[in-house]
Ligand binder design. Structure first.
Ligand code: NAD
Ligand code: UDP
Length: 339
């Protein structure tokens, strides 16, 4: 990309989107952030509002968007199970209609477009670690399906636009990403555990805690997304982007307790249905094609994330969080700090 390039970031007010917007501005691009604030607030982008090359538009991507743009990072979609299961029909619409609209925009403007897809396309994987060649093991009618199948359909649309219209596409399959500015009530495991430990509430382990995830620090992920966007036109992906270091959820809980110095109890809650048992990316394709590897391991990323939440909880009135598992009654999660 060249400085001055007009870049659209859908979902730009979200956790990853706001880090991406900041990085793009730092690199000299003109950034248009489009978001309907379904799973975020303006808090993440307030620090960017004064930047002369930053613009924000409240818009739902399930409706067409007419702007002139050179590049599109298409991130709009709730990513936390608690959020995407709150209104599953809207989640599927966001993935499918949203992708059709953004691909239509890319086709009209000639913009290059990148999809923030997900490791969830592999479902509860029967192959480990997961390579891009694996087609996945996804329940099409379960509580995670709105997200998993929505993203799978989005990938289908991207590759059909590529084959049918030669739209320049890029598909990133993002694995669990964490870091500062996650919303304290976002519902994902890293933020839940840190907020619980810092606020003296028991850490909620869903199931026996032996399920695993691999955690990527947000700066590494943003670097991977930018390299993929900048890669040669024939590089479409899909490419796994994540950190292959794998931890059980129990190990994560222990690390959070150590890092926070908190001795809160670990309490077990029912495992939500279809919760993947194991997840670890094979990133050899991204290493080969993009020259990209994560550089921040959990030993370094967790302290930075804990420090962020310490500052946040010290200066904002955040209530104690004892999240329910998504199957446990589908409580409506608090959406913002100030609602
Ligand atoms: P997030 O919920 O913080 O951000 C998503 C953003 O999209 C929010 O700002 C939300 O308000 C916005 N949004 C949702 N529906 C919209 C709509 N219809 N129109 C416009 N905006 C809409 O989540 P995140 O962690 O920043 O994830 C960003 C993207 O990365 C998502 O597409 C997600 O599927 C993907 N991803 C994230 C992870 C992860 O671990 N964070 C893993 C895999 C994939
Ligand atoms: N999890 C947990 N306690 C929580 C939140 C999540 O044990 O308070 C577990 C969840 O069941 C899953 C893992 O942590 O096995 C990761 O959950 P998350 O919602 O962060 O992301 P997922 O990878 O499941 O989409």
């Amino acid at each position: 990309m060249f400085a001055g390039t007009r870049v659209l970031v859908t979902g730009g007010a979200g956790f990853i989107g706001s880090h991406l917007c900041r990085r793009l501005l730092d690199d000299g691009y003109h950034v248009l952030c489009v978001d309907n604030f379904y799973s975020s607030t303006r808090d993440n982008i307030v620090p960017l509002l004064a930047h002369p090359h930053f613009e924000v538009m409240r818009h739902d991507v399930t409706f067409p968007l007419y702007v002139e743009i050179d590049r599109i990072f298409h991130l709009a979609c709730p990513a936390s199970p608690v959020h995407y299961q709150r209104d599953p029909v809207q989640t599927t619409k966001t993935s499918v209609h949203g992708s059709i609209n953004m691909l239509g925009l890319a086709k009209r403007t000639g913009a290059r477009i990148l999809l923030a897809s997900t490791s969830e396309v592999y479902g509860d994987p029967t192959e480990h670690p997961q390579t891009e060649a694996y087609w996945g093991n996804v329940n099409p009618i379960g509580i995670r399906s709105c997200y998993d199948e929505g993203k799978r359909c989005a990938e289908t649309l991207f590759f059909d636009y590529w084959r049918q219209h030669r739209t320049p596409i890029k598909v990133a399959r993002i694995f669990n990403t964490y870091g500062p500015t996650m919303h304290p009530q976002d519902g994902r495991v890293v933020s839940n555990f840190i907020v619980q430990a810092l606020s003296g509430s028991p850490i909620t382990i869903f199931g026996d805690g032996q399920q695993s995830r691999s955690f990527c620090y947000v700066d590494d992920l943003v670097e991977g997304l930018i390299r993929l966007m900048d890669s040669d036109q024939e590089v479409t992906g899909p490419l796994n982007l994540g950190n292959p270091a794998e931890f059980t959820i129990l190990e994560l809980a222990e690390r959070v307790r150590d890092e926070t110095g908190s001795r809160v109890d670990l309490v077990h809650r029912p495992l939500p249905s279809d919760d993947p048992v194991r997840r670890r990316p094979d990133i050899s394709a991204a290493q080969r094609v993009l020259g990209w590897s994560p550089t921040v391991n959990l030993e370094h990323g967790l302290p930075q994330t804990v420090a962020y939440f310490r500052r946040l909880l010290g200066c904002a009135s955040v209530q104690r969080v004892t999240p329910k598992s998504p199957t446990n009654g589908a409580s409506h999660p608090p959406r913002t700090l100030d609602e």
